[in-house]
Write a protein that binds this ligand. Sequence first.
Ligand code: ADP
Ligand code: MG
Length: 462
Amino acid sequence: MDKKSLKIENTALSEERLLNWEKVQERLKDNMGQQIYSSWLKNIRLLKEYNHYVILGVQTRFFRDWITSRYADKILDEIKKHKLSINRIEFQIQEDKSDNKAIFSNAPEGNISDIKDSILNYNRLNPNLNFDNFVLGESNKLAYMSAKKICTQLSRYNPLFIYGGVGLGKTHLINSIGLKLREENNVMFISAERFMYQFIKSIKKNEMVKFKDFFRKANVFIIDDIQFIRGKEGLQEEFFHTFNSLFDKSSQIVISSDRAPNKLDRVQDRIKSRLSGGLVVDIGSPDYELKLKILKKKITEFESTFKEYPNLHESVVDFLAKDPNSNIRELIGVFNRIVAFSKMSKKQLNVNDCKIILKDVYKNSKVITIEKIQNVTSNFYSLNLQEMLSQRRSRPLARPRQIAMYLAKKLTTRSLPEIGRKFANRDHTTVIHAVKTIDKLCSTNEEIKKNVEDIKSIILSD
Ligand code: ADP
Ligand code: MG
């Protein structure tokens, strides 16, 4: 360590002893319970420590928002017990790997490195993606019927080419085909990416003969996400030969793609035309009815797995099904989140709660800013913004001002001092007072409660 950094370290130390983060975490575990701790708090890291504040690292934006809205005060209180001078915490996102699995603390963790790098191991069908749990709607009916058809009449449509946008059920469908046909056939299921990888590796290791033999043994060859087959002419040539030799012995070929065959770029024309030579069907975006059916199915699955009803109000289910932007994968992800939250908070969530929880899911939703909260609130009370922010203390001005501060605290991740500054440079204690006052009023005064809810809806709805 050089002299300079030693000096900085010493200054920090001399101010007060350093925070013992493990201790803080232990105390949080004791106070908040194992479940909340392991779901939300365990993975928080202490990144930087200053005299008056600390920077904590969290995995995702979503974690940050959730922790800020629920536990930030408690974390700060606990930190203060260990180091009095700290009066603020800030969160920094370390890595954005939004993964719905993460919120189910007991989700099985696949150990990828355990999977041996062999061709055989790529031939994996997922038993959970089958025809029985594939929900039918207008957008996927044709693809589903074609998939079923080839299971009873092998090579009738060859190849079967299914295309559509992400998260619409392509992998689910072709996996179902594999499961069904595996009963009586030699099925090979592989993603195009893996296929290419294996292909190149075999060339390098001079194992092309082995590679080809291996694939040619299949009489059902299913390849997922073919749009990834691209690249050098030679490679495509080899792929084409493998493909043709499968054809020649009437193996059934099933292909999924994110676009139609003629739209595949950097793929030779004759490959494209061969791909289009059988039956080409598309899966479209799900409509409201299909989404509703899928959600209902998920609820039933949840019930039979956990032996309890996921505490979802009908309006919430309806709200989720109505989102025109989401695909099926997102829909299921969102459902899982909402259910996990409702379980953890032990209450039935309403549509507004969901909007807050899902803030980061909806790509089109804008970030909620303090300015926006101020504008909506002052409009709601027909006040001029400057009036609302002014130093005047009359109640018709002070209440809306407090409500705006309250919402700024609840709906954004801004710190108290930051909020204070945006309200004509008020002190953070004024913000604390506002939050407490409105919190209290919401439980005693129906009108205020309703106003707060209405303002919140307006803020969240556009
Ligand atoms: P794609 O391959 O088109 O990107 P997937 O097949 O991986 O999409 O589907 C995404 C998720 O949505 C999966 O969990 C899948 O099981 C589910 N899913 C998609 N379509 C349906 C459907 N019709 N019924 C039930 N689940 C579906
Ligand atoms: Mg897929």
